[in-house]
Design a protein around this ligand. Structure first.
Ligand code: GLA
Length: 552
């Protein structure tokens, strides 16, 4: 249990996070990550009216609505297999005897909103009618039914290339959906599943291309695999691996997230029997740290009190719903501990510590790693967010008794504004390979397996220069002739200034070239170099710390 964790000691850093320059067209539609319920992971196609009314009643009586969970979303299999004579979709009258408009009213009267599932292709993933060619009609139907949220899946899409998934057909179809939805009298919140279809390809270029347009068209995007499905596995399957997989993919995508658009790692599964209580708590903590949608797929009337407690912790939910809309990024990762951080709208700094190991243990994080100050004159107040306890820290923070697969969440603040001046700090990693840009201590740069060493924790300064905590006076430098060096930091030197793009490219200001892994010649796969920037090339895609200014 995390209640036993005691933050101790020292430390600092907050960054004035600068949001991505690209803008979401309608940030007012869903300014915060959506919260609610969806039937898919827990019940799959066994959805019906009474599941939704009983779930809504339980969400009301058990405090989930009060905690912010105000959506109930129908997933696949709500429709009949054929359209009506006028071409409209029809609900299954056996599953929904009073009809979907009635259900929408039932929910509205109790303070909830209804969402629905559709598919951009010829058929849904479950084989029900798809919306290809029926976009305007289906959008109007949903709107007339009182629905205000659409999860648009992307099975059975057309392909012009012969490839199973053809990115060039997805973009215009999703753009059209955006135009249709936004033109409705009450625009629908648009949840896009397009990226998920490209996330498992060996070459991730198409996946990143899809990620580059989803923020312009919708409010959230399912980026990867379905979270383990209770219904199909009967509660079996590797639930923790599934949670870790989807969390891990999310950490590759922080640069796309901003207030109004969130990366969606799929449902919370708090009653999955394959998860321990610590693992269930970790899923909520990680999703909240990522600022992800909190959409529960569980039998809510049957949740235990412990499960209810972990879903309704107001301090954890406040982090998820923070108005800055940022996603926490990795400070370090070594196989056993993941450390993440981001700024919060109250000026505080979030520190999240995941124990991926198999035994309870303690962990210490220097405050400089969180972007704050480790100096003796900066004393911070550290709130442990599960229990709410507050302690003081200078120099570093230590959490004790983090259980196997448990996650600690700490909120760090100081009244001294100079102590809260934050430097974006953390891993710079090639997201497709998962390898970290490293100052190896011998004056050489490598892109190596992440090990949490100081040589892999980068500070990114407002002028675009970068140095590691291990060698603060050595800056990443464009040394000419497509080569990089670690040279003495000199403020304002253009060869040491780097621009981070939403594409994932880290671009040298002086040459316009991209940081690239794999120099010429055998055995140089892990040697970073500079090369002409290509379109979403895997070797040129890097994740940077939260708070770095990102240009589109
Ligand atoms: C896909 C989606 C799931 C669910 C099913 C329905 O697998 O990723 O979330 O919507 O389709 O068929």
């Amino acid at each position: 249990m995390l209640a036993g964790m005691v933050p101790s000691t020292t430390a600092v850093l907050i960054s004035l996070a600068t949001l991505a320059a690209a803008s979401v067209e309608s940030p007012w539609l869903s300014p915060k990550p959506p919260m609610g319920f969806n039937n898919w992971s827990r019940f799959q196609c066994a959805l019906n009216e009474s599941l939704f009314t009983q779930t809504a009643d339980a969400m009301l009586s058990r405090g989930l609505l009060a905690a912010g969970y105000d959506r109930l979303n129908l997933d696949d299999c709500w429709a009949l297999h054929s359209r009506a004579a006028d071409g409209s979709l029809q609900w299954d009258p056996v599953k929904f005897p009073h009809g979907i408009p009635w259900l929408s009213d039932y929910l509205k009267q109790r303070g909830f909103k209804l969402g629905i599932y559709g598919d951009s292709g010829n058929k849904t993933c479950g084989g029900y009618p798809g919306s290809l060619g029926y976009e305007a009609l289906d959008a109007k139907t949903f709107s007339d039914w009182g629905v205000d949220f659409l999860k648009l899946d992307a099975c059975n899409m057309p392909s012009t290339t012969g490839a199973k998934y053809d990115e060039s057909t997805y973009a215009p179809i999703f753009e059209n959906w955006h135009n249709v939805l936004i033109a409705l009298p009450t625009p629908l919140v648009f949840s896009e599943s397009a990226p998920a279809y490209f996330s498992r390809e060996a070459n991730l270029s198409d996946w990143h291309r899809v990620m580059s347009w989803v923020p312009a068209y919708g409010e959230l995007a399912r980026h990867s695999a379905d979270i383990v499905n209770f219904a199909t596995t009967g509660g079996g399957g590797s639930a923790w691996e599934s949670v870790m997989y989807n969390y891990g993919v999310n950490t590759m995508l922080a640069r796309y997230q901003r207030a109004g658009f969130v990366n969606d790692p799929d449902f919370l599964i708090p009653d999955h029997p394959g998860l321990t209580m610590d693992e269930k708590r970790s899923q909520v903590a990680l999703w909240a740290s990522l600022g992800a949608p909190l959409i529960i797929s569980a039998w809510i009337p049957g949740l235990s009190e412990d499960e209810m407690d972990l879903l309704t912790n107001t301090r954890i939910i406040a982090v998820d719903q923070d108005t800055l809309g940022l996603q926490a990024t990795l400070v370090s990762q070594d196989g056993e501990w993941d450390v993440l951080t981001r700024s919060l709208s109250g000026g505080e700094r979030l520190l999240t510590i995941l124990n991926r190991g198999e035994s309870m243990s303690s962990h210490q994080v220097d405050l400089e790693r969180v972007g704050l100050s480790s100096a003796d004159n900066c004393t911070y107040s550290v709130q442990e967010l599960w229990g709410g306890g507050i302690s003081q820290a200078t120099g570093h923070v230590e959490v004790g008794h983090v259980p196997a697969h448990g996650t600690a969440m700490l909120k760090i603040a100081s009244d001294d504004t100079t102590c809260m001046t934050t430097i974006p700090t953390g891993m710079v990693f090639n997201t497709p390979s998962g390898n970290c840009l490293t100052n190896n201590g011998l004056g050489l740069l490598t892109v190596s397996p992440c090990n949490a060493a100081d040589g892999q924790v980068w500070q990114v300064h407002p002028d675009g220069s970068l140095n590691t905590l291990s060698h603060k006076t050595e800056c990443l430098t464009n040394a000419g002739n497509q080569s990089l060096s670690l040279s003495t930091c000199e403020p304002g030197v253009a060869a040491q200034q780097w621009v981070s793009h939403v594409s994932g490219n880290l671009v040298s200001l002086i040459s316009g070239e991209c940081l690239t892994i794999g120099g010429a010649g055998a055995g140089r796969r892990n040697v970073p170099t500079l090369a002409v920037c290509l379109d979403e090339m895997n070797e040129q895609i890097f994740g940077l710390p939260s708070g770095v200014n990102i240009v589109s």
